[in-house]
Ligand binder design. Structure first.
Ligand code: NAD
Ligand code: TYD
Length: 331
């Protein structure tokens, strides 16, 4: 298969590309704007992958990346961090909204036979008990999740209106190698390794449904191959865990001093719990293979062994972001 993977230099996208090249023998073109979160290094072990540097909201760049044609477009490209969407929402509207629109138009123009939109459990909002199904109402609460929800609705409209063969994959919280350290798990792992404070928002009892990144990649592969056009599929992780328990496990695995855990002001509009029911994608033959305990162990080891990857990030732009967001310096 020849795939156009948008946002393939980011965390989940690069893990997906690696899986497809290694396990499926796909030919992959990546279109990526290389924002702070998109990094050439994430693809450096994949010399046959072509990287086109450009934005998804730029129709010419999309045409260049599609070239003589692709069998499918898989769109990971997005602004993805909730905290940044609270302080600077405009890039979220542009990339996640306008960018998705330009990709859908390009898919029509080039008669691409399958379009897969990578989405998130956050479009459903927060749930106290039970799990969301694909029929649950869309009730996003942050500018990030609202922009992703808008994109999902636009994607569905292209199926109903133009007959484009669209699919939507809604993943729960991903973790694993190559994740930019603004997100909970890599932030806590790197801070713990450096003896920096571990900033837990609010009471730390918010619950997330953790999905190892390779399991998500395999789920997306199932949807791409067997999903029914026009449909959305939830891909949820096998384990749920309150944030404070995640942090405690990281403290244990890194051998850090537990006194570095620090409760800080809560995130505005903070969703209390996410939980996805994944029966529909299971019916396509997918099953999560990596439980949280094992995945977290692999992730901590990866960060321990790959300082070459995170050192330039931690001493670069990320330092400024961290100081702005947390009001303190990194050690
Ligand atoms: P990420 O922030 O690590 O990567 C995003 C990638 O998109 C980067 O490579 C960036 O350079 C690229 N990008 C950003 N704006 C672009 C633009 N305008 N044009 C082209 N490329 C652009 O994100 P991630 O965590 O890998 O998430 C990937 C996708 O999966 C997103 O759509 C996100 O909403 C979704 N998702 C993420 C999670 C999670 O836990 N991280 C869970 C479910 C779904
Ligand atoms: P995050 O990784 O930003 O993912 P999302 O907000 O998309 O779920 O955050 C995961 C959880 O961890 C969320 O409840 C917010 C919390 N959190 C902290 O407590 N401290 C932090 O420094 C960060 C980044 C997140």
């Amino acid at each position: 298969m020849r795939l156009l993977v948008c946002g393939g230099a980011g965390f989940i996208g690069s893990n997906f590309v690696r899986l497809r090249v290694r396990d499926e023998g796909d030919e992959v073109v990546v279109l990526d704007k290389l924002t702070y979160a998109g990094r050439r290094e994430n693809l450096q072990d994949l010399p046959d992958v072509e990287l086109v540097v450009g934005a998804i909201e730029d129709g010419d760049a999309v045409d260049r990346a599609i070239g003589d044609g692709v069998d499918a477009i898989v769109n990971f490209a997005a602004e993805t961090h909730v905290d940044r969407s609270i302080s600077e929402p405009d890039a979220f509207v542009k990339t996640n909204g306008q960018g998705t629109y330009e990709l859908l138009e390009a898919a029509r123009r080039h008669q691409v036979s399958r379009y897969v939109q990578i989405s998130t459990d956050e479009v459903y909002g927060s749930i106290e008990e039970g799990s969301f199904t694909e029929e649950s109402p869309i009730q996003p609460s942050s500018p990030y999740s609202a922009s992703k929800a808008g994109a999902d609705l636009l994607v569905s409209s292209y199926f109903h209106t133009y007959g484009l063969e669209t699919l939507i994959c809604r993943g729960s919280n991903n973790y694993g190698p190559w994740q930019y350290p603004e997100k909970l798990i890599p932030l806590m792992v790197l801070n713990a390794m450096h003896g920096d404070p571990l900033p837990v928002y609010g009471d730390g009892m918010q619950v997330r449904n953790w999905l190892y990144v390779e399991d998500f990649g395999r789920g997306i592969g199932h949807v791409l191959a067997h999903g029914r056009p026009g449909e959305a599929y939830n891909v949820g992780g096998p384990d749920e865990c309150p944030n404070i328990e995640v942090v405690n496990r990281i403290v244990e695995q890194t051998g850090a001093d537990p006194s570095i855990i620090e409760y800080v002001t809560d995130r505005p509009g903070h969703d209390r719990r996410y939980s996805l029911g994944s029966e529909k994608v299971r019916a396509l033959g997918w099953e999560a293979q990596v439980r949280f305990e094992e995945g977290l162990r692999r992730t901590v080891l990866w960060y321990r062994d790959n300082a070459w990857w995170w050192e330039p990030i931690r001493s670069g732009d990320y330092r400024e972001y961290y100081e702005r967001q947390y009001g303190r310096k990194l050690g």
